[in-house]
Design a protein around this ligand. Structure first.
Ligand SMILES: Nc1nc2c(ncn2[C@@H]2O[C@H](COP(=O)(O)OP(=O)(O)OP(=O)(O)O)[C@@H](O)[C@H]2O)c(=O)[nH]1
Ligand SMILES: [Mg+2]
Length: 398
């Protein structure tokens, strides 16, 4: 094959990289990303466009349909997207075999095989963009993905650049104010790639499992009219208002001599310690005790759920953060779901807002803010420059 393109030498300058970007397994389409300074030469070796036009006439951004020679006698029908002068995407049939065969032909031509996340990082123009690309793979809802897309398109970078300008032009109060505004999104930003954890706990038989099933909309937990039904922690993934939530049903809290149940109760308490929000489920007819009170006024990230409202006989207290529900009739369930969203994300950011979304962003921002507060503007500027830096491995944009 080398006689077709005598000038093509992939080892000459920057290495050519190829990565399968779609996950393993069955699917209609697989995508291979190729990063190469020799895009046309490389594609010419294998690809015959259906319209027979020379590839040199294909403008950047165009899509071409044709056949790729994976072996001397096997041609694969596929689509090539000429994304930029050095980046191509090959969309072939799904499953593992076609993509693997195309990759093999590329490797035989001197392309280095790399993983999708390495490909994403080297094809990004700055480290924040690179991190956003990789974080997007962990986004579980379209709402969190849209916010990460905003960061990919420069929302965070633009605000950091403005803060850097404020520091360099000695407008320290403006810089400090903007950093504080970014840091207010700290917890939220980390949840763009990690679901919020909601733990449902309370006494046995109050309807915890029934409530979890009502919230997620399917029978995830076993419900039974016998205290001590749920033993282990039962988790379910859902989305509320577009926010990804991991909801955990737990064993009813009581003094138990049964070692398995006692283990389940200990597990419930451990999960509650790591929760972003606790739903403390209780019976509306049970007395207004210290435990109920603790989950209203004293614990901000907690909702007191007075379940079995259909059996309610006594008057409810007027304490805040409590809600009356019935897992049987459905009363109060949609209000409970809304209250969960409001407590977890009280101030959803507007579209296009800058959101720091990695621990390293927050740490560097906090350091920059401290330097500024301690009248060390040059160190603050260094921190910001570090955040805005590129690792230097990004190729030039088309
Ligand atoms: N009337 C009425 N019954 C309910 C309601 N919620 C749950 N129940 C019933 O109460 C019983 C216990 O429900 P579960 O959901 O298993 O209670 P739990 O709190 O998970 O119980 P444990 O796992 O044993 O701690 C079952 O018979 C449910 O059908 C409700 O809102 N109203
Ligand atoms: Mg249960």
């Amino acid at each position: 094959m080398s006689d077709q393109t005598p000038d093509f030498d992939p080892g000459k300058d920057k290495p050519s990289l190829a990565a399968i970007l779609t996950p393993q397994g069955r699917g209609a389409i697989a995508t291979i990303g190729i990063l190469t300074p020799h895009a046309i030469d490389l594609v010419n070796r294998f690809f015959k466009p259906a319209n027979n036009r020379p590839l040199t006439q294909v403008p950047t951004g165009r899509i071409l349909f044709g056949k790729w020679r994976v072996t001397p006698d096997i041609m694969e029908e596929l689509i090539i997207h000429f994304h930029s002068s050095d980046t191509l995407f090959v969309h072939c049939h799904g499953g593992t075999v076609p993509a693997a065969m195309i990759l093999r032909s590329l490797k035989a031509s001197g392309c280095q095989h790399t993983e999708w996340n390495i490909f994403a990082s080297v094809s990004s123009s700055c480290d924040i963009e690179m991190a956003a690309r990789i974080a997007l793979a962990s986004a579980q809802t379209s709402r969190t993905a849209a916010i990460l897309m905003d960061q990919f398109h420069g929302a965070l970078r633009r605000v950091l650049t403005r803060i850097q300008e404020h520091v360099l032009t000695k407008r320290y109060a403006l810089a400090a104010g903007s950093m504080a505004a970014l840091l207010r999104h700290a917890e939220f930003g980390l949840h763009l790639t990690k679901p919020w954890k909601v733990v449902v706990m309370g006494a046995p038989n109050v309807g915890k499992s029934s409530l979890v099933n009502a919230i997620v909309g399917f029978q995830r937990s076993i419900v039974f009219n016998e205290p001590g039904t749920t033993r282990d922690v039962v988790s379910a993934s859902t989305a509320i208002d577009g926010w990804p939530i991991e909801i955990n049903d737990t064993a009813g809290i009581r003094v138990s001599s049964d070692p398995i149940e006692a283990e389940g109760i200990a597990g419930a308490k451990q999960h509650a310690e790591k929760a972003d929000l606790i739903l403390f489920v209780s019976d509306p007819n049970s007395p207004w005790d210290g435990e109920k009170k603790r989950h209203t006024v004293h614990t901000p990230k907690s909702i007191l759920v007075q379940n079995k409202s259909d059996l309610q006989t006594s008057q409810l207290s007027t304490a805040p953060n409590q809600i009356l529900t019935s897992a049987v009739t459905g009363e109060g369930i949609s209000d409970l779901i809304q209250q969960i969203a409001d407590l977890l994300v009280p101030f959803p950011p507007a579209r296009g807002s800058a959101i720091p979304f990695e621990e390293s962003h927050l740490e560097t921002l906090r350091n920059a803010k401290t330097h500024l507060e301690k009248q060390r503007p040059s160190q603050a500027a260094n921190c910001l420059a570090e955040l805005l830096a590129s690792s230097g491995h990004a190729p030039a944009k088309a």
